[in-house]
Design a binder for this molecule. Structure first.
Ligand code: C2E
Ligand code: MG
Ligand code: MG
Ligand code: MG
Length: 282
């Protein structure tokens, strides 16, 4: 009887959806616990950005990592998405801000002058606690605001536009740098780009991964660097995976290069080792 079969299938399908839903709820709950306990499951990894003008590593991007006690790694794409959907992102970002500002202060005490970029979401920017928390942590750890960059995607800037732009302007007034992440794959018109209170354009890695092989990517990247500079922005390329692409970016007057060719994102101790080796080799 097909009707019965159909209804059985529908029921079965919904059953599967429930399981997926439960798995997501469980993950959100585990993430909440990991944040509350702060027992090392969550930690920051740091990926160097090479200043192409000076050939110095003077900046990193901070990227969150989650290693569960059961041995499982959860990708940030997945759990950041869950955190955004559940509202947990606000607490998560506060934890990220505190951890990274403290890390920058520790580096300073060790004589290492290093700027750091933090990724934030639309909800963070619109939230009343975000700015006061960042400001309080900067003053608690005596970190100059200019050492911190906030990275936001085009989507995050467009959501909550009015409140978002006001919040970005407040950050800028404090002296924090603003970066437009994943530029080139989103919705930002040139008219809007002109209006955004940003300091940096971060070219999405889709244009960079095969830069050395693709004439089209080279045209896009060169035009964007020129446009960015003429609008007064610094330009960063992420996803640099080989020397040929790095050299092209240098020739194109790109300001910063970031990618696996230099280093993957590393926990802080490993990053310091990498930095020591890099300086010795260079
Ligand atoms: P994103 O901010 O665009 O970060 C860049 C991503 O590209 C990182 O992935 C980085 O590991 C990866 N990447 C860097 N160089 C290369 C390369 O040469 N080749 C390739 N194929 N990939 C490269 P990751 O760490 O998995 O993070 C993914 C996304 O998750 C980030 O994209 C960001 O949107 C989000 N995310 C990560 N950490 C945080 C965080 O602390 N807070 C928030 N709100 N979002 C975060
Ligand atoms: Mg980023
Ligand atoms: Mg990006
Ligand atoms: Mg991204």
């Amino acid at each position: 009887d097909t009707a019965a079969q159909d209804s059985h299938e529908i029921y079965y399908y919904q059953d599967g959806e429930d399981e997926e839903h439960l798995a997501r709820l469980k993950l959100i709950d585990e993430l909440k616990q990991a944040l509350t306990n702060d027992d090392g499951q969550l930690f920051m990894a740091y990926q160097p950005k090479l200043n192409l003008k000076t050939q110095q590593i003077d900046k990193v991007e901070a990227l969150i990592r989650w290693h569960k006690p059961d041995g499982q790694w959860v990708s940030p794409e997945l759990f950041i998405d869950l955190a955004e959907q559940s509202g947990l992102i606000v607490d998560l970002t506060q934890w990220v801000v505190s951890t990274v500002v403290k890390q920058v202060a520790e580096w300073q005490q060790q004589g290492i002058s290093m700027k750091a970029a933090i990724n934030v979401s639309a909800q963070d920017i619109a939230h009343d606690d975000f700015f006061p928390h960042l400001e309080a942590e900067l003053s608690r750890f005596k970190v100059p605001p200019a050492l911190i960059t906030v990275e936001l995607t085009e989507r995050d800037m467009i959501e909550n536009e009015e409140k978002g732009i006001a919040a970005l302007k407040a950050l800028k007034a404090l002296g924090v740098m603003i970066s437009l992440d994943d530029y080139g794959v989103g919705q930002t018109s040139l008219g809007r780009l002109k209006m955004l209170p940003i300091d940096e354009l971060k070219l999405d890695k889709v244009f960079i991964l095969k830069l050395d092989e693709s004439q089209q990517d080279q045209h896009i990247v060169q035009s964007t660097i020129t446009l960015g500079h003429q609008l007064g922005f610094s330009v960063v390329a992420e996803g640099v995976e080989n020397l040929a692409s790095l050299n092209l970016l240098d020739q194109m007057q790109c300001d910063y290069a970031q990618g696996y060719y230099l280093s993957k994102p590393l926990p802080s101790a490993e990053f310091l080792n990498w930095l020591g080796d890099y300086h010795q080799a260079g």
